[in-house]
Design a binder for this molecule. Sequence first.
Ligand SMILES: [Zn+2]
Length: 248
Amino acid sequence: MGILGGLHAYIVTGGSEAAREALAFRLAREALCSAPDAPCGVCEDCRKSLSRAHPDLHEVTPDERGAIKIESARAMREAAQVKPNEAARQVFLVHGADGMNAAAQNALLATVEEPPTPCIFIFVCENSRALLGTVRSRCGLVRAEDEDEAAPAAPEGDARALARALVRGVRSKSALTEAFAPFTKLKGDGAVRKLEEARSTLANAAAASPQLASRALRGADLASRAEDMLRANVTPAQVASWLIASLI
Ligand SMILES: [Zn+2]
C-alpha cells in the first residue's frame, strides 16, 4: 500500500543512508506511477523511474562539500512552474537535503508550501533539524528503518505486477508477456497463491477507488477463473497465455 499522503513535501529521515535513499526512491516512484497499487513496477512510468530516466523525476545532489546552494533551489523553483511531462506530477528528490543552506531553503519555501503545478518534494536528511522550522512544518515526516529492524519487504514485483496487468494497465502483448513471466515459472500451488494475492490487491483497489472498481472487479474475476484452471491442473504457462489472450 502507498506511503504518500496528500502532502506536497516529505522529509525522509532516520535509519542508515541506504535505508533513507531506498525509501525516498520508493516514494518518488509511488508518486510517478498511476497504478492502483503504486509503485507497480511494470508500467511505463515505473520503468522510466526505475532506470532514473523519468522526465518528471528531478534529482538534486549536494556538491563535493555536501552543500546544496541557492542556484539549485532556484532551478527547482523554475522547474516547478512547468507542468509535468508524463506523470500526474513532478517529483523533486533532494539527496542530502540537510546540506541546503538557509538561503536555498528560503528560496524554496513558497514553492514547497504551494507548488504552482502538481509537485512533490522529497527531502532526504540525516538530520532533519538542519532544515528550517518553516520548511519542516510544511513537510510530512517519513522515517526509514534499517533493514534488520524493518518488517520483511512486501513482494514488490509479482502480485502487484499481476494485479496491474489484470486491470488492463498493461497494453502491449510484449509488456503483458513480461508481466506474466515470473508467474509461468511458479508451481501450481504457488501460482494459485500468487493469483489470490493479486485478487486481494484488486479487491482493495476496487474498494478504494470508485473509478477503478469495475476494471478491478473484472480483473479479479479473470484471476478467479485462472485459479480454477490451475486447480484443474492446467499449467501456469498455459493459464498465463489464456490470461494474456483475454486481456489483449
Ligand atoms: Zn507503475
